[in-house]
Design a protein around this ligand. Structure first.
Ligand code: ZN
Ligand code: ZN
Ligand code: FE
Length: 754
């Protein structure tokens, strides 16, 4: 007997070759009807013999394409329409977007094979893609996901591409971003004056040649510009550093394949898998230390990734050295993605520009992931991961817009049963980043068709994101709520773990966050339960001499701590860092400390890292965020198990005084910096263990920028699990301020339930 069904598939089902898959499956069982993309996901109308229908429905979730993820199947019997064929229909636009958009995907194996096959018509074509790989989120202009709604609409398919696109047997059947040398995007090489130098193959060849000669290349890639230079030449690196005004921040390196990667970093099987995955993140791994010192300033770790576009692949193919592949932007500014702007901004940095004519709708930085023993820490989430949502176990009662932090900003949307976190936007101090922040909000609201009914921002009144939220909300009559910084950090973990009840000890350590008592927090312990929280421990506060200035000039924090311990006598201690101050300067700082002028109180653990780093003369200036902490981390020695003393005062303040006295003692004994650095990090792990035992809750939740410190987190986990605690931490989202909008959104979503 014939029957007909209406099926709605929700999940990651657009841009993954799902419709062609359904089409072929229907053909196999002689079924008729249609399939189409909708805002809900994919809708299927299917009819035919009952037995065949049953097989179709059984197999549908089992054989789905590799990138597809089905979250739900809704099946309903409907009257027969007596279709003659099975067809793929054009999509339609409805209200809220219910399916999940796919991130941009690295090149797949099949495409890679064709790319190097001289008999293939796409041989060495830099924009080869199929239903399994290539641009997605970065080219989508509107929904549903179909070619005319992407920036590929400017490239009408040629006859042969159309044949493939329409042929159910072909692996490019309904591949929305497919193209070939005849009909697709092209590359061109320009010099810094904007004069065309070469096209197509010759452009690629000349670009390679230039890199080989030590030139710097601006390359328009998949989701934005890269700056590229050879990574094995310290002089070239120096030139790039000078031109980019990037003093010490490590550069990431791209190598042509895994066996090349193995020459420069230590790799496990799991690391290899992640490097070669379609997300193709930059992975920070233990370095073998055989590339120039100024590449990563002697750090023990190196960021490495593989070519994820055919264009990068072709560029690297014949180069006998690894390349620096870093974001194409000016220092502190957002990633560039449009040709004109890139020419304007990068002409003083790059010697040549290798560009193409496929517009990028929205820029995404490369994602950065750091290895920490047996687990990974998301450092920066962008290309390859955004916009995969976080699914919740409950429905959000009204759409929420969370605007994130001030640094490493991201924004989030919460609606239905999910939270979508934007790509990394940047530090909002910069005007252009602020403009990008506003644009990203506009873009997300439009793309997902959301009208937020509540806005959530950080409690800090001077964050640019907070100020924007207040104004935007007021203009529209939308309520704005504020979540304390460290609370947001901790709820980002609970969001990831899908936890919405129970008691936790939450530990949030970072550089700075505005506290409920208007001081600067950053070494906090909270009792958490549902949306109830209570600050139960913190670090003994100290003064940030000169406020914000102490964040860069970290000698000030070391000085401030010594003044707290020894008073004026601190000025006469025989420490190298003290000698680097001018006489007048140090007296002024002393006065500032004594009288509390422009010296806000802080309990930040991030700043303690700064102080120790300055005491050890490792670093006096944070030329990028987290530099001092990274230097200490890099010195960590696993065989040293000792730690310094610490005390807990008034059952509330963790006192660092015994620890700093211990450090001075060790310095006097001329102990190696790696011993002191290790003992310091071990002390922090001990502090957590001690407080955990005092508080006595079984579940411990860790977040904040300090939790990117891999030896610290590993030691912590080791100590805590040994004592029987369960440890929860961020997994797919950053523990740093990049995860803040997620925590804000989740905390608010939970509050709305009550
Ligand atoms: Zn492919
Ligand atoms: Zn074509
Ligand atoms: Fe933070």
């Amino acid at each position: 007997m014939k029957k007909a069904y209406q099926i709605v598939v929700r999940g990651i089902v657009q841009g993954v070759g799902f419709r062609p898959y359904v089409f072929n499956l229907a053909k196999i069982y002689n079924l008729t009807g249609w399939v189409k993309n909708t805002q809900k996901g994919v809708e299927i109308r299917i009819e035919g013999e009952e037995e065949q229908l049953k097989k179709f429905i059984d197999l549908l979730p089992q054989r789905a394409p590799s990138h597809a993820k089905i979250f739900s199947l809704f099946i309903e019997e409907v009257p027969l329409s007596h279709f003659e064929h099975f067809v793929i229909l054009k999509g339609e636009r409805a209200n809220q977007v219910e399916f999940d958009l796919l991130p941009d995907l690295g090149i797949c194996e099949d495409c890679l094979r064709e790319l190097v096959d001289p008999t293939d018509r796409r041989f060495e074509y830099p924009f080869i893609t199929c239903t399994l790989c290539g641009p997605r989120f970065s080219v989508i202009e509107s929904l549903p996901y179909e070619r005319e709604n992407t920036t590929m609409k400017y490239f009408p398919l040629c006859e042969r591409c159309r044949e493939e696109y329409e042929n159910p047997e072909n692996r490019r059947f309904h591949a929305e971003t497919t193209a070939c040398p005849l009909c697709g995007p092209k590359i061109e090489l320009y010099n810094a004056q904007g004069i065309l130098v070469a096209e197509d193959r010759e452009a690629l060849f000349k670009a390679q040649k230039a890199i080989e000669e030590g030139k710097i290349l601006a390359l328009k890639g998949l989701t934005g510009f890269h700056l590229i230079a050879r990574a094995d030449d310290s002089l070239v690196i120096e030139i790039l550093r000078n031109r980019k005004l990037r003093k010490k921040k490590p550069f990431a390196v791209m190598v042509k394949n895994l066996s090349e990667a193995e020459k420069y970093v230590f790799l496990s099987e799991k690391d290899k898998e992640l490097l070669a995955a379609p997300m193709a993140p930059i992975l920070i791994l233990p370095s073998k230390g055989n590339l120039p010192y100024n590449l990563n300033e002697g750090l023990k770790e190196l960021g490495i990734f593989l070519p994820y576009t055919p264009l990068h692949y072709l560029l690297l193919k014949d180069l006998p050295f690894p390349i620096i592949c870093t974001s194409g932007n000016l220092s502190e500014e957002p990633l560039l993605f449009e040709n004109d702007e890139a020419f304007e901004k990068l002409s003083k940095i790059a010697d040549l520009f290798l560009v193409h004519d496929r517009p990028i709708k929205r820029p995404l930085d490369d994602s950065v992931i750091k290895k920490a023993g047996s687990f990974y820490i998301m450092v920066r989430r962008g290309r390859g991961y955004t916009p995969l949502p976080l699914h919740l176990s409950f429905e959000v009662s009204k759409p929420i817009l969370a605007v994130g932090a001030h640094e490493k900003n991201t924004i989030s949307l919460a609606y239905q049963n999910k939270i979508i976190v934007s790509q990394h936007i940047g530090d909002l101090d910069n005007e252009e980043v602020l403009a990008r922040f506003k644009k990203t909000i506009e873009d997300f609201l439009e793309l997902y068709n959301i009208n937020p009914l509540i806005i959530v921002a950080d409690y800090h009144p001077f964050y640019a994101s907070t100020k924007w939220a207040k104004q935007w909300g007021n203009e529209r009559g939308i309520p704005v709520v504020f979540v304390q910084h460290h609370i947001a950090h901790l709820y980002s973990v609970l969001a990831e773990e899908g936890i919405n009840e129970g008691e936790f000890l939450g530990i949030a350590w970072d550089g700075t966050g505005y506290g409920l008592d208007h001081t600067i927090w950053g070494g906090e312990f909270f009792y958490l339960n549902g949306t109830q929280y209570n600050r139960v421990y913190t670090f003994r506060p100290f003064k940030l001499l000169g406020g914000e200035r102490a964040i860069k000039d970290i000698r000030r924090t070391a000085l401030s701590i010594l003044l707290e311990i020894f008073g004026e006598e601190a000025l006469n201690l025989p420490l190298p860092f003290l000698k680097t101050f001018e006489e007048k300067e140090i007296l002024l700082l002393f006065k500032a400390w004594k009288e509390g002028i422009n010296s806000p109180l802080s309990s930040s653990v991030g700043r303690l890292f700064d102080a120790v780093s300055a005491l050890l003369a490792l670093c006096y200036n944070n030329t990028y965020s987290g530099e001092a902490a990274m230097r200490l981390e890099s010195l960590y020695s696993w065989d040293i198990k000792e730690n310094f003393e610490f005390e807990v005062l008034d059952n509330f303040y963790i006192d660092w005084e015994p620890m700093f006295k211990g450090i001075l003692e060790d310095l006097k004994k001329r102990k190696e910096p790696n011993i002191i650095a290790t003992k310091f990090i071990n002390t922090l792990a001990r502090v957590v263990q001690d407080i955990a035992v005092r508080v006595g809750l079984n579940s411990i939740c860790l977040s904040g920028g300090v939790m990117m410190n891999s030896p610290l987190v590993q030691r912590l986990e080791e100590l805590l699990t040994k004592k029987g605690f369960s440890v929860y931490k961020n997994k797919n989202f950053p523990p740093n301020d990049g995860g803040l909008s997620l925590g804000q959104a989740y905390f608010t979503a939970l509050s709305l339930r009550e």
